[in-house]
Design a protein around this ligand. Sequence first.
Ligand code: PLP
Length: 411
Amino acid sequence: MLKRYDGAGKVSIKGAIFMQELSARTRQLAFASMRRFADLVADEPDAIFLTIGQPHFPTPAHIAEAAKRAIDEGFTSYTPNRGILPLREAASAYYERFTGYRYDPGSEVLVTVGTTHAIDIAMRALLEPGDEVVIPAPAYPGYEGAVRLAHGTPVFVDTRSTGFLLTPDALREAITPRTKLLILASPANPTGSVYSEQQLSDLASVCVERDLYVLSDEIYAELQFAGSPVSISQMPGMRERTLVLHGLSKSHSMTGWRIGFAFAPAPIAAEMAKAAQFSVSCPSSISQMAALEALTRGQEDSRPMREAYRANRDLAVRALRDMQVPVEAPSGAFYVFPALPKALGMTSDAFCEALAREAHVALVSGMCFTSYGEGYVRISLACSEQTLREALARMANFVERRRQHRAPHGA
Ligand SMILES: Cc1ncc(COP(=O)(O)O)c(C=O)c1O
């Protein structure tokens, strides 16, 4: 029973929560159903799960040791809202290695509770009701939720015919007088696409010309397979309009530690810090000590992981092409996003369900990444080579059977 007090001080009693009374902003959101097809095969002893977006490596031992030391030494209290200064200094120095310029640890760097939290407070700090946010799609589902919770309107732009990369023309077409922000991820989830320096420079020109902010999600930067990562924040006129987001979940296999970073011009960082104060106070003190270790003595930690994902990428792309399935070879991150369902004339959801039931392989439907993901599936490469080989062999069998089934008799 729920008790409600009306304005006149009377109490009324209700038996149920009326959904209409709850926030329209949360009601309009749906859970990202990444695990939907994994749940279908959860009880199968031979099931293979290529669903989850997290490294299959343990957190490096020296990082875990730093966290244990923090506990033993009683470093277990609240920290400054923006994170401890030595960690902000280390993050600033770490990022400087990529870009060659420095974010001031005092005023331009925040430590956040994962990159997810950085995305959330960036939206809260930037958006006014009705502001439009351009998001190249297929897109990571975390952006839409954060935009909507901050009263913004996501505007998805289809990138399927341009190698999953936003072009300056497509960006120009999506811009309206309400457009405030562009979200760009490189390497991207779910497609693994990476923007070249020239492509970033061309997009930056549009952002400067049309006065847009950019949220540059660089959480997969260390997992770029070729060349050094380039940030749109490095392009002329961009530093003052770019919020760079980073994190340790993927680069250092630290998904559960919940540490991310935001680098932003001081006035924006200050607004984000306020939003962080009222949502989390500060990130975990223990995780911050682990993160400090990762950034100061773990700079090479991602190298073997990146090599393993690259080898898995080569294996998966070769196998998919042998199946005559259209696939872009991803240039980073640990996903491949082939048009497998489309190749069989199936919807993404129907394909994932049939593959799970018949082959006991769980993938993520392209529909988790907006409707522009229809016809595709996301395969996670964060698994052992042996597991991937077995999954690909089962997929090849499945594809073969489906094609035989569809072919007219005698053909
Ligand atoms: C593109 C992208 N950005 C941000 C995140 C959030 O990562 P975390 O909150 O663990 O730092 C993810 C996680 O999958 C992601 O794929």
